[in-house]
Write a protein that binds this ligand. Sequence first.
Ligand SMILES: C[S@@+](CC[C@H](N)C(=O)[O-])C[C@H]1O[C@@H](n2cnc3c(N)ncnc32)[C@H](O)[C@@H]1O
Length: 155
Amino acid sequence: MRMVIAAVGRLRQGPEAKLIDDYLDRHAKAGRALGLPPVTITEVEDKRGGGMASEAPLLQRAIPEGAALVIMDERGQMLSSPEFAQRIADFRDQARDIAFVIGGADGIDPELRARADLAISFGRMVWPHMLVRVMLTEQIYRATTILAGSPYHRV
Ligand SMILES: C[S@@+](CC[C@H](N)C(=O)[O-])C[C@H]1O[C@@H](n2cnc3c(N)ncnc32)[C@H](O)[C@@H]1O
């Protein structure tokens, strides 16, 4: 199984990168016993500024074939953290890779959105894509702790 984040934009060193590294490191350690692999991030950038239509094939290349496609989209479903954890466990139990996709300034191309197995919203407000990356990695780590039964997540 593979877990990847395919994201538009390059993240420079800074507080967001530190948080992401920390959550992914913690997920990698906690996920081992649960059959969850480390998460890798592939960043894509269309240097000609062609927007979501040009970004879509670059994102597509970063998505493993047959992977469950989970897009981050403010129009998506608002899941609780335990529900999110369960969706990850379900994909794992179906032996599917998981590809989380975060769009750029214009969002995610409609064709890619239409193919998503799951669209997740972090609320109806639009967040900067770098913060969505931080929030997503935290929720992946939180999901791992929920599946492990460890006390990081408290209701
Ligand atoms: C600056 S936003 C682009 C928003 C754009 N107006 C759209 O139609 O999607 C960049 C990316 O961050 C993610 N994002 C932003 N706000 C979000 C939210 N509330 N929930 C989930 N993902 C979000 C999405 O992947 C989005 O493509």
